[in-house]
Design a protein around this ligand. Structure first.
Ligand SMILES: [Zn+2]
Length: 195
């Protein structure tokens, strides 16, 4: 195996990369300005040192505690539960929600060995017990795993004095929240249903 095939083999492991596109990208990097490759390599090396999950909500931040959790302008009576940190960015950029977030780090998926203990569900329940939330909005992806996770969380919250809702219609079934457009997100938030 030569160096370019070796690089392509690594790039292929990235999401959305096929064999051909990985090879094309490798040749592109070979021809590009060396300073770009150096900068890219350095950014890749340092990203995990600079960015870490917020100890409260789990979204990625460069601060000790993220800006959602520290902002005095956010509504502390609403808590939206999402699968991934990127989902908070999508929803925040859409400007449709101003409450707090909780990132699970995925969804329950027994076939892939992801049980509730692998997600930040224990932390979620602790947060709800300690906080003053009036509503928990479950915004897991509209997939089987997302639904399973929503039902699991709802069961854990039974008997507690808190409204549990789930993002409603509009989101494509089997889709990913991160790819939903603003109008769709707004509609599904507005018509969220009690579960
Ligand atoms: Zn946070």
């Amino acid at each position: 195996m030569n160096a370019i095939e070796d690089l392509a083999r690594l790039i292929k492991k990235l999401p959305g990369m096929g064999e051909k596109s990985a090879l094309r990208l490798s040749y592109h990097l070979l021809k590009t300005d060396p300073s770009f490759n150096k900068a890219l390599g350095e950014r890749i090396m340092s990203i995990q040192e600079k960015i870490h999950p917020c100890p409260i909500c789990g979204s990625y931040t460069e601060e000790d505690i993220c800006e959602y959790c520290t902002s005095p302008k956010r509504d502390r009576s609403q808590l939206m539960v999402v699968e991934e940190s990127q989902d908070t960015v999508t929803i925040n950029q859409a400007g449709i929600y101003n409450g707090l977030f909780h990132v699970l780090g995925g969804a329950i998926n027994p076939l892939n060995g992801i049980g509730p203990d692998k997600l930040r569900i224990k932390e979620l329940i602790e947060r709800i017990e300690e906080g003053n939330f009036k509503e928990v909005i479950i915004a897991t992806n509209p997939t089987e795993e997302g639904d399973t996770t929503a039902i699991y969380i709802k069961r854990l919250l039974e008997g507690k004095d808190i409204s549990v809702t789930r993002l409603a219609s509009g989101l494509p079934i089997g889709g990913d929240l991160g790819y939903a457009d603003k109008t769709t997100l707004m509609r599904s938030l507005k018509s969220r249903i009690k579960i």
